[in-house]
Design a protein around this ligand. Structure first.
Ligand code: NDP
Length: 327
């Protein structure tokens, strides 16, 4: 495993990390969840990603039980939660980035995870109905209270992140350390263009999600819908419609052939391509089976195969390089 500072912070995060969205407490049983956490931890993964909304709190409960039953030292791993969507409650006070919900969401996550503090706490989306000042103050206070160690954002714009930093700086508060954006071969703009300045100015770290675009970039949808996979799950039609389009499949078929030429596999190529970007602090892996994680854990080795020529060939297939705005 390789480790990298999370942005300009001193926290060393494994370049591959592991998340529980749609799997823990939902698609997979608790024994499989345990096997996956064990494999991840034993392979050097030190960051496990979670959120209040994942299986409406159940995902954190499952992870909490696993952590409780292991004798892993608390200083050997990093755990996150995210607040904004709530854990299922529909009342106006049960969601958002206001002080009340953030404080209560943090307490609830700690209880479900059976931990004394969260290492990372994310604002899962921007909240247009709460002043950014209230959110920054609350996160700063949670840090000074020892409930969280670092705070960050997810799917915020560069402008929103900068607003938070400016307010934090003016008031000597702690600003956001990391952002969690989607990043993969099919979804590139934010990470490659929008944030390009703030990696330098505020030292933004990134914990990127869906490196396989929910599995399409594994190549397994190339010839039709395989059984028992995420995009065939009931209730996830929106995710299937968003990702499983012919234009994407056409590219993945060509990329799968290229991966073979390189002597690797499509999942490993797709994840290695994300890691090749130095602004990616860590790529969060997802898996519903142990064999999948065994495969994607090998992606770091493939980064070395991605020389200039290989990256150019991939770029030609993708044909989606985001452009920096002209001044
Ligand atoms: P991916 O895009 O990598 O998708 C993971 C899924 O792809 C697996 O569950 C599995 O699905 C399939 N897969 C994985 N490995 C292989 C393989 N080797 N061969 C074939 N299929 C494979 O990541 P996720 O979308 O799961 O995102 C990762 C994490 O990012 C989440 O767990 C969560 O922690 C975070 N996240 C954060 C978001 C945010 O808003 N901040 C949003 C989404 C995710 P299957 O077996 O069902 O086909």
């Amino acid at each position: 495993m390789q480790y990298k500072n999370l942005g300009k912070s001193g926290l060393k995060v494994s370049r591959l990390s592991f998340g529980s969205w749609l799997t823990f407490g939902k698609q997979i049983g608790d024994t499989t969840a345990e096997d996956l956490m064990d494999l991840a931890y034993e392979s050097g993964i030190n960051f496990f990603d979670n959120a209040e909304i994942y299986s409406r709190g159940e995902s954190e409960r499952v992870m909490g039980k696993i952590l409780k039953n292991r004798d892993w030292r608390r200083d050997s791993y990093i755990i996150s939660s995210k607040a904004f969507f709530g854990d299922g409650g529909q009342l106006p006070t049960q969601k958002g980035l206001n002080r009340k919900h953030l404080v209560e969401a943090c307490e609830a996550a700690l209880k479900r995870l059976q931990l004394d503090y969260l290492d990372l706490f994310f604002c899962h989306r921007p909240d247009k109905e709460t002043p950014i000042e209230e959110t920054v103050w609350t996160m700063h206070n949670l840090i000074t209270q020892g409930k969280i160690l670092y705070w960050g954002t997810s799917e915020w714009s560069a402008q929103e992140i900068m607003e938070a930093h400016m307010f934090a700086r003016q008031n000597s508060l702690i600003g956001p350390t990391m952002e969690q954006p989607q990043y993969n071969m099919l979804h590139r703009d934010k990470v490659e263009v929008e944030f390009s300045q703030i990696y330098k100015t505020v030292g933004l770290g990134t914990t990127i999600w869906s490196p396989l675009a929910s599995g399409i970039l594994s190549g397994k949808y190339n010839e039709g819908m395989p059984e028992k996979t995420r995009l065939g799950m009931e209730g996830l039609e929106w995710l299937k419609d968003r990702n499983l389009v012919e234009e994407n499949l056409e590219k993945v078929r060509k990329l799968t052939a290229f991966a073979k030429e390189l002597g690797t596999t499509m999942p490993k190529l797709a994840i290695a391509w994300c890691l090749k970007n130095d602004n990616v602090s860590t790529a969060i892996l997802g898996a519903s089976r142990k064999e999948q994680l065994e495969e994607t854990l090998q992606s770091l080795e493939v980064v070395e195969l991605l020389d200039e020529g290989a990256m150019e060939q991939i770029e030609n297939i993708l044909d989606n390089q985001p452009q920096h705005p002209a001044f």
